[in-house]
Design a protein around this ligand. Sequence first.
Ligand code: CO
Length: 345
Amino acid sequence: MPELRRRAPGQGLNRVGTIDVHTHMVPFGWPDLSAEVGPGLWPRLRVDSEREAMIMIGAREFRRVDERCWDAAARVADMDAEGVDLQVVSPTPVFFSYGKSGAEAAKVARIFNDLVLEVCAPARNRLIPFAQVPLQDTDAACAEADRAIASGHAGVEIGNHVGDRDLDDEGIVTFLQHCAERGIPVFVHPWDMPASPRLDRWMAAWLTGMPAETHLSIIAMILGGVFDRVPESLRICFAHGGGSFAFWLGRLENAWHERRDLIGVSERPPSHYLDRFSVDSVVFDPAALRLLVDTLGAEQVMLGSDYPYPLGERPVGAVLERADFLTEPQKAAIRSGNARRFLAL
Ligand code: CO
């Protein structure tokens, strides 16, 4: 397995480096979950060749995946080609199983978290595994997060909601407090978008549903008073630039002042909490990245790509390369410095 790329003096990883905080994996195989966990509709992998497979939900084709999902050497080859030193490797949300019982989801989490470690093992100096947890069951989620960290994971990825429970749900807040106390970084990924005939075309669930889901989750943490309750030490990052949050912060701020009778229990206006969370840079357009930096600060944005999925940004960091408005120190912070703090490297 390739070691870290050699760099010219002064360009060492500690000086700059590139860390991609948003990538996904799918293991090449996992046990029959209906036999291992319990009856029901579970994801399985239809292997089409050594390099290609299809995630199936029952008889439905969910997503085509290829070896980049499970082969560390293929990932590292791409990372070398695009100048990425480290990848945070997160589960693919379809495995979260939040709709199942907590006990079943805990079993699934153990299975997939152990498989993530196997996928990352051949390139442990390049691939940083993040775990999934059974978020519908707070005690089980805390226990699995602790087990995963003890076994080699560096953080957790959670879905942005559990059914109708958003991130201000008491049980989820308890989990976030646990992560803050244990120093476990949390990556929040949208998933389980609302379904309707209107959203079931043009990939609308991905194009408008995901940004709206993430926007809602950040609002839930702010207006639901979560940032008033969880320690400031919580390190939490939202995918896809935080969805549509930054664009509509002004509307949110106005609503908080004008309709305090209707919105939220936060002690302070929304703009007070902007330094409490990070977002990734997967926004494609330098103007959108500029809005993020202007709104949240360059310290709150981390390079991400959504590798290896088709709605991700390639080559990794392309939007950052085109961001002429950023200073070199700001670019370095987004490229790796902020991720080093997030990951406590
Ligand atoms: Co993603």
